[in-house]
Design a protein around this ligand. Structure first.
Ligand SMILES: C[S@@+](CC[C@H](N)C(=O)[O-])C[C@H]1O[C@@H](n2cnc3c(N)ncnc32)[C@H](O)[C@@H]1O
Length: 241
């Protein structure tokens, strides 16, 4: 049965209004009270429609390190409801370029619909530019769009939270780490092993390989017992993080 178009329009209107309100609150909070208070706010009911799909403590630990770098070029694979993209806008330089890649619909959470594009664009600070690419990060077309946006620039901060299969995350890393600056940072979500009876997240397997080659940090709230989630950060030039 198809959805009632009037109901859908009303629901989009209400969701859009609530998201715009959350974005305003989050920007104001960051300007006034700083990072920790803003991350607290992102995990409240007032921000439920843009809440990051993360553990608050893990995200704060990662965000503190990204904020210290004030990246000028940020790329995120896997945006979903926009929580980590919104946070990246706050952490990035005032004139930063941000690139988000997500599927129109898909696995591991399902992307986002086209009507959310203006909402996600509104995450930017006044001097920032956001490029929202709705497509498969593994496709040639998406890669071309990204190299077109970058022109002669390099990515300062790459956040990989898209395809959680071993092959998928490996491909994202191999393709897009090649575009990261020599002093850049690369973060992964879901580095804790998936301990479910039928695991379907394999980022941890790739993470355990790739981290051997880099200076890295792991932020895993519940330590060795944790199943899934957990953030990992790599420093490309080996500097301390
Ligand atoms: C876990 S969610 C991202 C959550 C978000 N980073 C946050 O913390 O709020 C993963 C997203 O990756 C997207 N995704 C999965 N495979 C992808 C692919 N091959 N290319 C682009 N996006 C992909 C999904 O559509 C989904 O929206």
């Amino acid at each position: 049965m198809s959805a009632n178009p009037i109901r859908s329009a009303i629901s989009r209107y209400l969701i859009s209004k609530a998201i715009r309100r959350s974005v305003k609150l989050v920007h104001a909070c960051y300007a006034k009270d700083g990072l920790e208070a803003t991350i607290d706010l992102l995990f409240t009911k007032e921000c439920e429609l843009v809440m990051p799909w993360q553990f608050k403590e893990e995200l704060l630990a990662l965000a503190t390190r990204i904020e210290a770098q004030r990246p000028k070029v940020v790329m995120e694979i896997g945006t979903a409801t926009g929580g980590t993209l919104l946070l990246s806008c706050l952490l990035a330089a005032d004139d930063a370029t941000l690139i988000s890649v997500d599927l129109p619909e898909g696995d591991f959470g399902g992307g986002y619909p086209a009507w959310k594009l203006p909402l996600y664009s509104s995450f930017a600070k006044p001097g920032q530019r956001i490029h929202l690419i709705r497509g498969d990060s593994h496709s040639r077309d998406v890669h071309q769009q990204i190299t077109g946006v970058l022109a002669d620039r390099r990515i300062d901060y790459l956040f990989i939270d898209g395809d959680h299969t071993y092959e998928g995350v490996k491909q994202d890393f191999e393709t897009y780490s090649a575009l990261v600056d020599a002093h850049g940072l690369i973060a992964f979500h879901d580095i804790a092993p998936d301990r479910a009876p039928m695991p379907n997240h394999f980022v941890s397997v790739f993470w355990n390989e790739v981290k051997q080659r880099y200076t890295h940090r792991e932020f895993i709230k519940h330590g060795a017992e944790q199943s899934k989630w957990g953030l990992g950060l790599l420093s490309v030039d080996g500097s301390a993080i």
